[in-house]
Design a binder for this molecule. Structure first.
Ligand SMILES: Nc1ncnc2c1ncn2[C@@H]1O[C@H](COP(=O)(O)OP(=O)(O)OP(=O)(O)O)[C@@H](O)[C@H]1O
Ligand SMILES: O=P(O)(O)OC[C@H]1O[C@H](OP(=O)(O)OP(=O)(O)O)[C@H](O)[C@@H]1O
Ligand SMILES: O=C(O)c1cccnc1
Ligand SMILES: [Mg+2]
Length: 475
């Protein structure tokens, strides 16, 4: 039995404002100059009120992949709902446009809104495919045209980023994924979008605090190498006392940690001079600051000979005081190998000193991780629980743009086509609706029909024709 689901939803079915903020720079002037000059030329040719239909779609899945996740819709809806040129916009346009432009045009521009535009879209977060319209805009030609650049800007990076994140999610399975890319993102707005859309694509959280506040995304973080290198010796510790939650008294925390470290040094046969005291001081101070949330960056000096020994000594000290450490972050070296070493340390210590949760301490990995790194790690026997991912994720290094386009497909009820020598660039004319046909187990095909045609009916034969390739599918 074939099931049919409508793909397009009208504006009132799509609006679900979870986020109370609108990005302040998304406004009518966030567009290409040619949209405004075309608006004037349409106005002069008395075509502004022609009835236009535009499709927004892409031609090829990104990352040499087989799917795309549609995103950016929420911002498109806010943009359309608020679309209006302000007085200062008009004043600026008067400055930059030729003096030959008639005054009445500016008066006209001031009156424009998108209130009468009909806006249809696929729901945000839907898996979508090439050439299927993601958005259909219908209405007054001049307004529908003026929306082009901004809608493309809002959808292109959002969908690319969400797809990228979804691919990392597929590669990482159930492991935790955190977006750590703000420092490497394409400016402040790129950074915020990256955090927001990586969350929609399946990440568990972000290090970006503003994104957490604006978009209600869980925020997470550890500490940087700078924190570790800011300490040189144990004597530097200003604060040595920690509340023992078993006895509810403040006790010296450094002495038990040092005792534990002596035991671990002999247990793992490392040389005392190779275990960094500065690193231990940094870990102790961080544990005193966050006894319930102690996560340590262990690769500043030497993971095996120093970082893991110091971390475990502090974690055992915390255990004595009635707290549970969280785990470690590895940020260099062979992440598969080091994660195995870390897990072995934790298991051995947990068994020897009867601290069962030690075997389950979190091992986070970071450092230039991309989808291929995760797939390669999957082929190795790693023990990583979570990844912190920055540069490759937020810059979409593997493919920096999704080629969404916005094309006129109908004017005043007549289909319109853009021809091209390149068959892939020929547009599919006419006002179309989109349906997804489902078999018993999964979706089968996306079907485009003329909007005036009756929807396909579940259980009845439907002739499906590929728009460019010559083969038929009789479902
Ligand atoms: N076991 C592994 N399998 C596949 N890729 C890995 C593995 N371990 C690490 N990587 C990746 O290999 C690269 C190592 O990079 P590089 O050699 O520049 O870093 P590093 O020297 O370990 O650390 P850094 O220079 O940051 O101190 C990173 O992109 C990392 O994600
Ligand atoms: O996926 P990534 O781009 O690596 O994102 C996260 C990185 O950012 C931080 O360090 P930073 O990169 O600032 O310094 P580093 O290159 O010396 O590690 C962190 O320690 C990670 O290495
Ligand atoms: O919290 C972290 O560990 C973090 C945040 C941003 C970049 N690198 C690491
Ligand atoms: Mg790095």
């Amino acid at each position: 039995m074939i099931e049919v689901r409508r793909r397009f939803f009208i504006m009132s079915e799509l609006t679900n404002s979870r986020y109370n903020c609108q990005n302040g720079i998304v406004q009518p002037l966030l567009t290409d100059l040619y949209q405004i000059t075309m608006a004037y030329a349409y106005w002069k040719s008395k075509k502004t009120d022609d009835y236009a239909v535009f499709d927004l779609f892409f031609r090829k899945n990104p990352f040499s992949g087989e799917f795309t996740v549609f995103a950016g819709l929420e911002e498109c809806l806010k943009f359309i709902q608020k679309f209006r040129f302000s007085d200062s916009d008009i004043a600026y346009l008067r400055q930059i446009l030729p003096s030959s432009i008639e005054n009445e045009f500016y008066e006209y521009l001031k009156t424009l809104t998108a209130d009468h535009i009909k806006f249809y879209a696929v729901k945000e977060g839907t898996v979508v495919f090439p050439r299927i319209p993601l958005i259909r805009v219908e209405g007054q030609l001049v307004v529908a045209q003026l929306l082009e650049t901004t809608l493309l800007n809002l959808v292109n990076y959002a969908s690319l980023m969400t797809t990228n994140a979804a691919r990392y999610r597929l590669a990482a399975g159930h492991l935790k994924l955190y977006e750590f890319g703000l420092r490497r993102a394409q400016g402040p707005d790129g950074g915020l979008s990256a955090s927001r859309y990586s969350y929609i694509g399946g990440f568990d959280g972000t290090s970006n605090v503003l994104a957490g506040k604006l978009f209600h995304i869980p925020v997470k973080g550890t500490h940087a190498h700078a924190y570790i290198t800011s300490f040189n010796s144990i004597d530097e510790l200003q604060l040595t006392m920690l509340r023992n939650s078993n006895t509810d008294t403040d006790e010296n925390f450094v002495h038990p940690v040092l005792k534990w470290r002596e035991k671990l040094i002999s247990m793992f046969g490392v040389i005392l001079s190779e275990v960094s005291n500065g690193e231990l001081a940094a870990f102790i101070s961080f544990a005193i600051a966050f006894p319930d949330g102690f996560m340590a960056l262990v690769d500043t000096y030497d993971v095996k000979k120093s970082g893991l020994i110091n971390f475990c000594a502090v974690a055992l000290g915390l255990h004595d005081f009635g707290y549970k450490a969280l785990g470690v972050r590895l940020d260099s070296g062979d992440l598969a190998y080091l994660s195995n070493v870390a897990r072995e340390y934790f298991n051995n210590i947990g068994n020897k000193y009867n601290v069962p949760y030690f075997g389950k301490l979190v091992i986070m990995a970071s450092n230039d991780i991309n989808e291929e790194t995760i797939l390669s790690l999957n082929d190795q026997d790693h023990k990583i629980d979570s990844f912190g991912i920055g540069t490759h994720l937020v810059t979409c290094q593997k493919q920096p743009a999704l080629g969404c386009v916005y094309k006129m497909v109908e004017l005043n009820g007549e289909p319109r086509i853009k021809l091209s020598q390149d068959v892939g660039k020929v547009t599919i004319p006419g006002k179309k609706d989109v349906y997804r046909l489902y078999g018993a187990a999964h979706s089968l095909i996306d079907l485009l029909q003329k909007a005036e045609e009756l929807p396909p009916v579940a259980g009845q034969k439907t002739l499906c024709r590929h728009p460019f390739q010559v083969f038929l599918l009789n479902l």
